[in-house]
Write a protein that binds this ligand. Structure first.
Ligand code: PMP
Length: 528
């Protein structure tokens, strides 16, 4: 006989124990639409209203029947999932579909090249790598131009041109011995020595405070959350986080990061030392609606300032639409509401229709470096299965003249109205309601001074939202979680098929949670 052996947890064992302590350690056995099912002790299926929506990956619902049927048909037909280094017309079709959407939503006719990946963080890293390749190639082009100018200057001096020595000492400092500025060979040596030092400047990224762009080695440095980022800061290029609510903060940061290299010009028989801008700021990356920072819609005026400042230094903008994209905001790209056309766009999460792992990065044609294709790839990226499903997902969003976008906007407004009433009625508990379409945050007041020890402890540990999540799951069969970096904010990201009944259920559960909080009843939150 097989005795039931309690199996030691080896799959992220700590997480499993912690989830169980809050009552979140359930095993879901099935999912459909906005519902996940688990079995109770008697074996009955318990439906749970899912407001997490796979952290934004289920805009068309769990196991969308159309996508599931399509996925099955692909497998039945023996789709060639792995056929790297061959023609992939389906990938080109998807790139064209999304280009059509970019043209419609941003009113541009410029094309974007598509590079395929497997996850959101990877799509971000594709953008980061491409931006760095572009920067390095620009630096190489600049170095080549300067070398040509140095040769020209030398030839000019040989044929009688004069060297304007004023200012050279200031620019070259210790690289130039006093009196050497008038000697072209010594001057050239000094310029080359200074430049080789200056050209080794490390690239830097800029992002708004609160940014979340993934947890891989490169992308986690673009993620503001200190706990996720700082242990790994030695592994990758650094990012400076800019408070966009301070109007001149970005300009100041850009000025601080400004670096130059030296060059010589020849004009009217005079050789002069000059400075040229060295591109060190690799890219500015932002989320049009910040997700993990607690669902914060970027301010239009702030975005306009970002665009203006970056244009002065020709710095590319990476628009990370991993969470906000795919129709969730009421348009395919949330950035289209802000009039923010990116040099790069990243898509993942819902791109795979909630079924496949799919991601892609779009790169503006005028910045695109074809060399990138020779240095970047991933085994499963652009595979027929996930890419075709992504294409079908985009088709479903676009169907009936964009019905899904209208639904996201309309359902989102309903949710926002319901949550807004909670904010009005219980302003002592509910701090704020934010978002757009089906990307909504319900922000609770801090409870770290709570009279309940349980609530106080969880709040001080930054786990308040998870305490709420356990209660809502156990008592109301509602699945909800906080955002990753703002744990007092509950994220609400269901599919476009959210019903009025489901909104009413969410209302009821949240009202009850608020009542328990008003009573400061930590026992009930943790154990009910
Ligand atoms: N960018 C943004 C804006 C995200 O919200 C996330 C995930 N929360 C990522 C990147 C990373 O995506 P993934 O988890 O698929 O790596």
């Amino acid at each position: 006989e097989n005795p039931v052996v309690e199996k030691l947890e080896l799959a992220e064992p700590h997480l499993a124990g912690w989830l169980s302590s809050l009552g979140l350690g359930v095993e879901y056995i099935r999912s459909q639409g906005n519902t996940l099912f688990y079995r109770d002790d008697q074996g009955a299926e318990i439906p749970v209203l899912d407001l997490v929506g796979g952290y934004g990956s289920a805009i068309l619902g769990h196991n969308n029947p159309d996508i599931v049927a399509y996925a099955k048909s692909l497998l039945d037909e023996g789709t060639p999932i792995h056929a790297q280094f061959s023609r992939h017309p389906y990938a080109n079709d998807l790139a064209w579909k999304i280009n059509g959407i970019i043209q419609r939503e941003f009113g541009t006719d410029e094309h974007y090249a598509a590079v395929f990946a497997n996850s959101g963080a990877e799509a971000v890293e594709v953008a980061v790598k491409h931006a760095e390749l572009d920067r390095v190639m620009k630096v190489a082009e600049l170095t080549e131009r300067i070398e040509a100018h140095l040769d020209e200057a030398r030839a000019a001096v040989r044929s009688g041109a004069r060297i304007a020595t004023d200012g050279a000492v200031d620019l070259l400092g210790p690289d130039l011995a006093p009196g050497d500025a008038g000697d072209i060979d010594r001057l050239l040596d000094a310029v080359r020595a200074a430049n080789s030092e200056r050209l080794s400047a490390r690239p830097v990224f800029l992002a708004p405070e609160g940014s979340f762009h993934g947890k891989l080695v490169g992308s986690v440095q673009l993620t503001h959350n200190v706990g996720y980022r700082s242990p790994f800061s030695a592994l990758a290029a650094q990012c400076r986080f800019v408070p966009l609510d301070q109007p001149d903060a970005l300009e100041k940061t850009v000025a601080q990061e400004r670096r130059t290299v030296l060059d010589l010009t020849v004009e009217d028989g005079v050789v002069r030392l000059t400075e040229r801008e060295l591109p060190v700021i690799c890219a500015f990356i932002l989320e049009p609606i910040q997700g993990e920072a607690g669902i914060r819609v970027l301010d239009r005026a702030a975005v306009r300032r970002v665009q203006e400042v970056l244009a002065t230094i020709d710095c590319p903008i990476i628009v990370d639409e991993v969470q906000s994209g795919m129709g969730r905001s009421g348009a395919f790209f949330a950035s289209s509401h802000l009039g923010l056309q990116g040099d790069y766009y990243t898509l993942a999460k819902s791109l795979g229709g909630g079924v496949a792992k799919a991601a892609l990065t779009l790169i503006r044609g005028s910045r695109y470096r074809t060399d990138f294709e020779l240095v970047h790839s991933s085994t499963y990226a652009k595979d027929s299965f996930s890419t075709l499903i992504a294409g079908r997902t985009v088709d479903l969003l676009e169907a009936d003249d964009g019905r899904a976008y209208r639904l996201a906007a309309e359902r989102g407004d309903r949710l926002l109205a319901m949550l807004g009433r909670l904010r009005e009625e219980f302003g002592d508990i509910v701090k704020d309601v934010r978002g757009r379409g089906l990307m909504i945050g319900l922000d609770f007041h801090d409870q770290s001074e709570s009279t309940s020890e349980i609530i106080r402890d969880q709040a001080q540990a930054g786990l308040l939202g998870y305490l709420f999540a356990g209660y809502l799951l156990r008592v109301h069969a509602i699945r909800i979680f906080p955002t990753a970096s703002a744990t007092n904010t509950l994220r609400i990201e269901p599919s476009v098929y959210l019903t009025d009944d489901e909104i009413a259920r969410a209302d009821k559960g949240l009202r009850d949670l608020i009542e328990v909080l008003r009573k400061q009843d930590g026992e009930t939150l943790l154990h009910a």
